[in-house]
Design a protein around this ligand. Structure first.
Ligand code: MN
Length: 183
């Protein structure tokens, strides 16, 4: 047999003001204590969880630094279709600025860029403590061994050549995201 609504209302009205002391219930409920403990640390954990979920799925943020409009639009569309968030920059200087502002999970850096080329932009990002941890994948038009060597010397974490083969590039992006997640 259940209680009628009016029974609850009556019981509620009869509750003594000093309920806690009488019933030896702690003034702060265990739930409230846990919430207090979670506070700041909990927010950090939540941020970390969000970051890992982003990395573990295709929701990572990619900064694409590419001056060639056709290459840029094509790659932007295909990466977005895979679920990535893509931020674009049209030259090396904008690439450095956007990397600092957006703190992407991975940077795809064309090497032949106006204002500041990809090698110099990479050097700047890799010497800045705020951005040096962001993996950079160099993109060059020529499949030349010396370009790969040069890219690695500038601080690039990986290297790929144009024309882009999407599956191959996606594999390299995933590898960088996973490496970063393990640190
Ligand atoms: Mn270019």
């Amino acid at each position: 047999m259940g209680f009628a609504k009016s029974d609850f209302r009556k019981r509620g009205a009869d509750l003594p003001v000093n309920l806690d002391a009488r019933q030896r219930v702690p003034t702060i409920s265990p739930l409230a204590i846990n919430l207090e403990r979670v506070g700041k640390a909990g927010k950090l954990v939540a941020a970390e969880v969000t970051r890992r979920i982003r990395k573990g799925t295709n929701m990572a943020k990619i900064l694409l630094v590419e001056d060639n409009e056709m290459n840029r639009d094509m790659l932007l569309r295909r990466l977005e279709r895979k679920g990535y968030t893509v931020v674009i920059a049209l030259d090396g200087a904008e690439g450095v600025a956007k990397a600092r502002a957006e703190l992407p999970d991975v940077i795809l850096m064309d090497m032949s860029l106006p204002v500041l080329d990809g090698w110099e932009a990479t050097r700047q990002l890799k010497t800045d403590p705020a951005t040096k941890g962001i993996p950079i994948i160099a993109l060059t038009a020529h499949a030349m061994a010396e370009d790969e060597q040069k890219a690695r010397e500038a601080g690039c974490d990986d290297f790929d050549t144009k024309p882009i083969e999407l599956e191959r590039l996606l594999g390299k992006i995933q590898t960088q995201l996973q490496n970063q997640g393990n640190v």
